[in-house]
Design a protein around this ligand. Sequence first.
Ligand code: SF4
Ligand code: FES
Length: 380
Amino acid sequence: MSEEKKLFKPDSYRVTIDNITIDVEPGTTILNAARQIGGDVTPPAMCYYSKLQGSGGKCRTCLVEVAAGSAADPRPIPKLVASCRTNVMDGMVVKNITSERVLDARAGVVEFLLINHPLDCPICDQAGECHLQDLSYEHGKEGTRYEFKRRTFEKEDIGPYIQLHMTRCILCYRCTYVADQLTDNRAHGILDRGDHAEISTYISKAIDNDFSGNMIDVCPVGALTDKTFRFKNRVWFTKPVDAHRDCDKCCGKVTLWQRGDDVLRVTARKDEWGEVQSYARPDDKGGGNQPGWICNDCRFHKKKTSDWVIDGLTNINRHSVISQGKYPGLVMPNETIAEVMSGRDPKLLMDIHSVSDVNSVELGSLPGAATSNIFEKKDQ
Ligand code: SF4
Ligand code: FES
């Protein structure tokens, strides 16, 4: 079957995103339709998380332009829409990276997100895997127009294993959805509103639920970090490997971040969108599509390689700084310079004056004296 035929199915809605047409189930959001196409067509998402119900609609990084609403009513939607919260209609035409308005709006959103976010990537544990860092490289501007004092907060311990740097939080609400949907006692949330809004625990209650560590994995920035890993290493110096163990609380499928034989950090396995991977449970009769959240026991207490069965090198996106020299199937290109130079070494430091006399001037031709280099003359 041709690639094109596979994309078109009966009883589905046909949507065109950045000139690529695909058929999707009715009820699919524009963002998820774009994810089915993949690549650059997919808008970035800082607050939407497919495994957390109700997430999305907070950050506006996923804005797209709807150039035609549907086949029945092909008028464009005048304002940009949040693709994570807008369902496709049959015949809809969407522009993401092909729209100047979208790219301009996204640069504005990044500028807003960075109003209070500190540029402390050099000392932040999330550097190298921070979605905001990637977003600002891809869509940000080099400057800011903000002139007021930025808000700052004291660091706060959220339970024994998690540290909250509220100064870095972009209020995406993902961690509160984890607390709501994965733990039985939600002890933290967003307090206050507007410029005063902050994540905090009620009456300093510690979060000691078995699944609270997943808040670290869903945080798109370095606001929630693993206290057992903080400042231990830069993530790109570690070697990520997939591993598993029999766990009676969670799926037991993790990524170990190793340095030599030491396990510095344990996280859930992530998919290409930075979300926890889904997997099929053995007892799942429906074929299974369960989010691979992991328990605190696997995350914080199994820090020896011997605790795990290693499955192999984690497949990290080759564009990520973490993947340097580590992604499977890496084939280094041949060094061509020696070939071109017929085996001779390239001369890397070349004194241009030894091969060119462009800067030598016959001073006799100038009003003045003897033949010399003008630079020598100047230095005298
Ligand atoms: S702490 Fe992280 S996950 Fe929670 S709202 Fe802030 S940015 Fe989002
Ligand atoms: S991902 Fe859509 S608004 Fe945040």
